[in-house]
Design a protein. Structure first.
Length: 207
């Protein structure tokens, strides 16, 4: 009987060691998950802060487009209206391109594969108002005020559409889900989730 004690003691020690190892592994895993959650939350906060800054700039630019329609080109100095229109078109173009960093094209592996990576696929609907405004700016007359006044309502419509789209994305109640849709599930999660890449409401458009 006593001869079996060393073996029994060894087994108990091994069992205790395995239990301790499992406990500390669990603690380590729990700490890692907390660190990942904290990192993810910090990244989410920074993402939406940057997005809000971009959206603020875009909204201000669309407002400038609306009020440019109130300017009579005839009363401007030579080429002044043309230069202001050109400057606004450059601003809107830049906003569209930078907007792709927050709302990248979808279906990029199936559509437009011959294009540069950022321009493959279908454009998300959030950028549609800026694209429409860019086209409208090109149609503003540098010589006649009357047609520009007639286009003012179209600029107002695009501005309101943009504000409405962004408001849904920046809504604190939906930010977590939107961030999850854009960056995917945390790597520690056991199950992968398939997300719909269309921003609600709306969908996507070709560039």
């Amino acid at each position: 009987m006593f001869e079996a004690w060393p073996s029994l003691a060894s087994a108990l020690i091994a069992l205790a060691a395995a239990g301790a190892s499992g406990y500390f592994s669990y603690r380590s895993l729990k700490h890692t998950r907390r660190s990942l959650d904290h990192t993810r939350f910090s990244t989410q906060v920074q993402y939406f802060a940057d997005l809000r800054s971009w959206a603020d700039e875009a909204s201000a630019t669309l407002s400038k487009c609306v009020h440019l329609c109130d300017v009579d080109p005839v009363r401007c100095e030579e080429r002044e209206f043309f230069e202001r229109r050109l400057e606004l078109r450059a601003e809107v173009s830049s906003l569209i391109d930078r907007g792709r960093w927050y709302f990248p094209n979808v279906h990029h592996e199936q559509v437009g594969v011959h294009k540069e990576p950022a321009f493959r696929g279908l454009r998300q609907s959030t950028l549609d108002a800026l694209v429409a405004a860019y086209g409208l700016l090109g149609r503003l007359s540098c010589h006649d005020h009357e047609p520009n006044l007639g286009m003012r309502r179209q600029f107002v419509s695009q501005s309101r559409t943009f504000v409405s789209e962004i408001q849904e994305v920046l809504d604190p109640r939906t930010q977590a889900e939107e961030f999850k849709r854009l960056v995917g599930d945390p790597p520690m999660e056991a199950e992968a989730t398939t997300h719909n890449h269309a921003l609600a409401p709306g969908g996507w458009r070709r560039r």
